[in-house]
Design a protein around this ligand. Structure first.
Ligand code: MBD
Ligand code: FE
Length: 300
């Protein structure tokens, strides 16, 4: 509920001494990085509470909210991460890390990992498909046929040299908007695969053009979106982790330019350089669309 005092009512002078007391309480043997960052965190938290005149009831509601996020989180669903995502925090820290560690301006921009990555996706030969068990009895069979796509490209160093033996780890959701682990009806590891680049740095695989889909909104993060009158949709995207010895691992996403949510991603992760256009693919019964995309890795 809306609470007093509002902006028009003058605020009493809230405690400010407590902020410095908390900061000074840190001892000489504190963890160095924590000793460096906690004063800032405490200052911002306290300033926030004073700025909005945070009440005990509101603080209790926030604690309950965070506890619900934690309780709901497990291997299949990370609600606390999702909360960070809708607040733009995962995208912001991704931006900070990538700028801090970048060694060249030609590196492919990174994008956030998101909550649906799975380790150990099947290692597949180049030119094979990450689509599993698709047949006409699958409800979105027709959509999958219409969106069938072939993606190929190279993995390069920032000076343009092909990288052999780089691993391209890829995953995306099904045409029903669900990742395989969210959906009982999909085979294990559906729409996931890893591909190793050949001596010219090439990778290639079949997949689907990605569709926009709502992030899971049946939990606390979704409740918050609703209270903020926000939609839960992400533009269609394909996730990648590209790794090679001697290079910084690249976590990124490619976005389909046909998408209506490119400019209003619920988790604020779109970058212009990552928006791609699929073209028609002729004479291939396995794919109607094609895309060529090179990944450029920075030195580690
Ligand atoms: C996703 O599929 C995703 O990629 C991100 C970043 C957040 C929520 C759901
Ligand atoms: Fe995703």
């Amino acid at each position: 509920p809306p609470l007093s005092p509002t902006e028009s009512t003058p605020k009493p002078l809230y405690d400010v001494a407590i902020t410095e007391q908390v900061i000074r309480a840190t001892g000489p043997k504190a963890n160095p990085r924590l000793a460096q960052i906690m004063p800032s965190l405490v200052r911002h938290l306290h300033d926030f509470a004073r700025e909005v005149s945070l009440t005990v009831a509101e603080w209790e509601a926030a604690i309950e909210f965070l506890n619900k996020c934690g309780k709901m989180s497990d291997d299949r669903r990370n609600e606390t991460q999702l909360l960070c995502d809708i607040l733009g925090l995962e995208s912001l820290v991704d931006d900070i890390s990538s700028k801090l560690l970048a060694t060249s301006s030609s590196e492919t921009p990174s994008a956030i990992l998101g909550p649906f990555y799975r380790h150990n996706a099947p290692l597949l030969p180049n030119g094979s498909s990450i689509i599993r068990g698709l047949n006409p009895s699958v409800p979105w069979y027709q959509k999958a046929v219409e969106d069938s796509a072939f993606i190929t490209g190279r993995v390069l160093s920032s000076n343009g040299q092909p990288i052999e033996g780089a691993v391209v780890d890829v995953w995306h959701s099904a045409p029903n908007g669900l990742y395989e682990q969210q959906d009982e009806s999909q085979p294990d590891m559906n729409f996931r695969g890893r591909f190793e680049t050949d001596k010219d740095g090439h990778y290639a695989f079949y997949c689907l053009r990605p569709v926009p889909y709502p992030i899971p909104d049946d939990g606390p993060a979704g409740q918050l979106l609703a209270l903020l009158d926000r939609h839960p949709y992400r533009p269609g995207h394909i996730h990648f982790i590209v790794a090679a010895p001697g290079f910084r691992t690249l976590t990124t996403q490619l976005y389909d330019d046909r998408d209506e949510y490119l400019t209003n991603d619920a988790v604020f992760a779109v970058k212009d350089e990552l928006v791609v256009r699929f073209g028609p693919r002729e004479g291939d019964p396995q794919a109607r669309w094609s895309l060529a995309y090179d990944f450029v890795l920075g030195q580690s």
